[in-house]
Design a binder for this molecule. Structure first.
Ligand code: PLP
Length: 367
């Protein structure tokens, strides 16, 4: 494992050197970004769990350098990206499939899983943007409410699986609640559920936690797929890069759903992803800045008598039940975009953690 990590860092260094990323300076500090937003009268976007500091300086440089190469197909860069990810995750290259964001990855897995009629199981509320597509395929949606603590109810999810279940989706950490499944409980769940159906674990926000990914379990279990993205901690939501990790047999079947395997990533996006993997400072700075801004927001919400759920992510879930003012009017008047109500009972909503300055503006707006 240690030597794998060393190889990975070495490989990243070589890749960065190959891209001419030797001397790179930061392009914008978070405080500059906030000032620019304010001066341009732009809305503060706290709605989509993006990274307010990104893309990383190395990724910006790498993208700019690749613009002139976009007249050519470039198979090599995606191959190098897959090699780098295989070392980082300690899996084989044929355990990885790349696509344009984890949304495309989810689409591919779902197309594979939905080739037989039946149902699928997911929590409520969870990330379910993809689920309407599955319903269009003719599958029935089985919803399992979260626990009172807003945790994914794994025992209830297990009970909901039956002979017609084509897959079960677990978002860990869960969006919109920011809660994480206890690892041993999750492993027990995966073990049991995967005897009956395909288990999809979406780890879009795992880099904001100290949790260990399930990738090493996925490469051994034909009924487990792990989905990852560069849209969150790596700050590349608009670049559209995601990947899945699975057993090579499962991978073959899912890859058959994609006409050009690994072909939907642009040269620019692949360069950005490679450079982002090498920018470990950017990732750790984002992690720390997010923790600080999240703690500030939680503390302030508490002072306003607003209950929030302890979060391991870059967003917070909280109840407007005791809030006395018109929350959505306050956001609108202050040019802040948040999200709507997820659960009517308790009026639960979510806010993305932006920069500290943005969160101060948010708190001032709702105070
Ligand atoms: C849990 C989860 N999975 C997947 C996605 C989609 O991400 P991508 O940009 O990789 O398509 C999101 C986006 O917010 C998300 O919250």
């Amino acid at each position: 494992m240690q030597s794998n990590r060393r190889n990975w860092i070495k490989q990243l260094g070589l890749a960065a050197a190959g891209m001419g990323l030797g001397r790179v300076t930061a392009l914008a500090e978070p405080s500059d970004l906030f000032k620019e937003t304010q001066e341009a009268g732009l809305p503060i976007k706290l709605s989509s769990n993006e990274n307010p500091y990104g893309p990383s300086p190395l990724a910006r440089r790498a993208m700019a350098e690749k613009v002139n190469a976009t007249n050519r197909y470039d198979w090599d860069i995606t191959t190098r990206l897959i090699e780098t990810l295989s070392v980082k995750n300690n899996v084989r290259k044929d355990n990885i499939l790349m696509a344009a964001g984890s949304t495309e990855v989810l689409d591919l897995v779902l197309r594979y899983a939905a080739n037989q009629q039946g149902n699928f199981v997911l929590a409520y509320p969870t990330y379910s943007y993809w689920s309407d597509t599955v319903i269009r395929f003719g599958l029935e949606r089985k919803i399992v409410p979260l626990t009172k603590e807003k945790q994914v109810d794994l025992p209830a999810m297990l009970k909901a699986i039956n002979a017609e279940t084509r897959f079960v989706y677990i978002c860990n950490p869960n969006n919109p609640t920011g809660t994480v499944c206890e690892r041993n409980e999750l492993l027990r769940f995966v073990n049991e559920a995967s005897k009956q159906t395909l288990v999809i674990v979406d780890e879009a926000y795992i880099d904001f936690t100290t949790e260990t990914s399930l990738v090493s379990e996925a490469v051994q279990n034909k009924n487990l797929v792990v989905v990852r993205t560069f849209s969150k901690i790596y700050g590349l939501a608009g670049a559209r890069v995601g990947y899945m990790v699975a057993h090579s047999r499962t991978m073959e079947k899912v890859a058959a759903m994609q006409s050009w395997n690994n072909g939907s990533i642009t040269v620019i996006s692949a360069a950005a992803a490679m450079a982002s993997l090498s920018d470990t400072k950017f990732v750790s700075d984002t992690y720390k800045l997010n923790e600080k801004a999240r703690q500030y927001t939680m503390d302030q919400l508490k002072k306003l008598n607003i209950t929030s759920i302890p979060s391991s992510t870059n967003f917070l879930y909280f109840s407007l039940d005791k809030y006395k003012y018109d929350y959505f009017r306050r956001l609108k008047d202050n040019h802040i975009s948040g999200t709507g109500i997820y659960e009517d009972e308790g009026s639960w909503t979510r806010i993305t953690i932006g920069t500290l300055a943005e969160m101060q503006k948010f708190i001032a707006a709702i105070r």
